[in-house]
Design a protein around this ligand. Structure first.
Ligand code: E4P
Length: 216
């Protein structure tokens, strides 16, 4: 499973990118609004840092407008993926983008049928929202596993991005569920690196080394 970061914050992207683990970035209107910067300028900056796919979401609701908006986003850099909501109008737009060779990420996926439709419309990626399903008492990761099994069964090459990741266990379980990618908030990336036994073990190694140095 590959790792994307779910943020529009450049410092967070740079910090995780330096680790060599980052395969792409996802943004959404909420994440961009938090940054309070020009959307297109920020996208150009992100695409200059990360060579993998960078998802940029359209905010129109009609297919024709989504297509126009998406074309402008795609023209910003070759690694832009146009993020489109899972609606009827969104599917029409995905179909048009697919015919024009523009990559798409269909967002706000909450059922297997939505994922199948998005894939058949030509989506490059589908994003089932794990945390938001868990929030309403449904099993978000079970949906990821179901979509993965269906895509395997029918040889569908649309990639699954496990989105709305809230904690480290979601990441492990997304990998176990066959997700191609997990898009992970900065805070969860930091948590993934930590283990109390790693800290304890390193403290012991360093203090033993100090004692050894003092005797030689
Ligand atoms: C996916 O691409 C979305 O940006 C994101 O994962 C949504 O997560 P949230 O439910 O924490 O807002």
């Amino acid at each position: 499973m590959k790792f994307f970061i779910d943020t529009a914050n450049v410092n967070e992207i740079k910090e995780i990118n330096e680790l060599g683990v980052l395969a792409g970035v996802t943004t959404n209107p909420t994440l961009v609004a938090k940054e309070n910067v020009d959307f297109h300028d920020r996208l150009k900056e992100i695409t200059s840092i990360v060579s993998g796919p960078v998802s940029a979401e359209v905010v129109s609701t009609k297919a024709e407008e989504m297509i126009e908006e998406g074309k402008q986003l795609a023209a910003l850099a070759p690694n832009i993926t146009v993020k489109v909501p899972m609606t009827e109008e969104g599917l029409k737009a995905v179909h048009a983008f697919s015919n024009q060779g523009i990559k798409t990420n269909v967002t706000l996926i909450f059922s297997a049928n939505q994922a199948l439709l998005a894939a058949r419309a030509g989506a490059t990626f589908v994003s089932p929202f794990v945390g938001r399903l868990d929030d309403i008492g449904q099993d978000g990761l079970q949906l990821v596993a179901q979509i993965s099994a269906l895509f395997d069964m029918y040889g569908i090459d649309t990639e699954i991005i496990a989105a709305s990741i809230r904690h480290t266990l979601h990441v492990t379980q997304a990998a176990e569920s066959g997700s191609d990618i997990a898009t992970i908030p900065f805070k969860v990336f930091k948590q993934m690196m930590q283990h109390p036994l790693t800290d304890k073990g390193l403290d012991a190694f360093l203090s033993d080394w100090e004692k050894y140095k003092n005797n030689h």
